[in-house]
Design a protein around this ligand. Structure first.
Ligand code: FES
Length: 162
């Protein structure tokens, strides 16, 4: 854990007055700030909140939304809810597998792309839906998605050369 991360976590702990009953809110805040929960933060939380590490890990495994691995720079989220599924969401996941070479929950080795699947993004009328870095793209097709991902990949490569 970097010293900047560590400082931010201390700030969050201060805000909650190191209250052990606020553990879930504290974990949520850390994830909001860092994009994930660094492993090194758990010992700090354990000692500061006086909660056994085993209890912290129990909570992390119970709540699926906690991320233990640092996400990539770009987050690609495919909705697998009913409306999106019946309109071909699985063909979109296959497109991502083929272009980025990753499965749901994985990040490319260059740390540029993370692929996630969710149950419903709340805009079913636009099905099938893909969210890219928080921006919703409705009526997605494998062809459109392929073009978007290829464009993003090229832009990232250009950015790296600068
Ligand atoms: S099912 Fe995909 S947005 Fe609701």
């Amino acid at each position: 854990m970097s010293s900047t991360e560590s400082h931010r976590i201390w700030d969050i702990l201060k805000r909650y007055d190191s209250d052990p009953s606020a553990l879930i809110q504290i974990l949520n805040e850390i994830q909001k700030d860092e994009g994930y929960l660094p492993h090194a933060s758990f010992e700090l939380l354990s000692s500061e909140l006086n909660i056994p590490l085993s209890k912290i890990y129990g909570i992390l495994t119970f709540y699926e939304h906690f991320k233990l691995v640092k996400p990539g720079k770009n987050i690609i989220t495919v909705c697998m809810g009913t409306a999106c599924f019946v309109k071909g969401a699985s063909t979109l996941t296959t497109t991502i597998n083929n272009i980025l070479g990753i499965e749901s929950g994985e990040t490319t080795s260059d740390q540029l792309f993370t692929f996630e699947r969710v149950a419903c993004l709340g805009c079913c009328a636009l099905a099938p839906v893909v969210q890219i870095n928080g921006e919703v793209h409705g009526q997605m097709t494998p062809n459109k998605l392929q073009k978007l991902l290829t464009k993003m990949r090229k832009e990232e490569e250009k950015g790296e050369k600068k």
